[in-house]
Design a protein around this ligand. Sequence first.
Ligand SMILES: [Zn+2]
Ligand SMILES: [Zn+2]
Length: 197
Amino acid sequence: MFYTDFDIHFFNKIESSLHQVFESFFFEIRNLGQFPFDKDFFSKGVKKEHKEMRKINDKLLTHPTNKFYQTLIDVRTREKLGIIILLTDLPIYSSSDNTVVFMFGETHLKHRCCIVSTLKLKEEFYDRPRDEKLFEQRVIKELIHEIGHILIGYIHCNENSCVMNFSENVEEIDIKLYSLCEECKSKLNNIREKLNF
Ligand SMILES: [Zn+2]
Ligand SMILES: [Zn+2]
């Protein structure tokens, strides 16, 4: 599901990357369209935060992750989905961990929901020229990462090139590959064997 401008070709790229990394895990990957919201939604729970590497009075309104979760849980239940992911260009902060502001993404393991914020994945955020290819690569890596949490658990991988490594900044995302390391792959295979498919 999306809360951002988004191009259908990009959805196709996301879909094939997910099938590649999590082969046979997903029966179907669906585009659920735009996230439904009411008028009050935008102002609910917002916090003003300083934008990184910008002049001191330049602030952005950030949104708590929990206000997205209820809608995601409702849609996931109604549509009988295994996992639901929201891709948004809004800045987000974690509702469960107040030390984290401006995060790339968060996963609600119990409810099998993920949120990925694209804002800080754009080169323009850092006052650098737009780079669509790099942006798409970062989004796809972060989507794989959050889905990885749902499938293999909350622990981050220590391998720098593994998509399950925790990224503090975009440079660390850029080092990561699209794929899981051997150890994470074997965790995925264990689940596959356990579920017998
Ligand atoms: Zn993570
Ligand atoms: Zn790994």
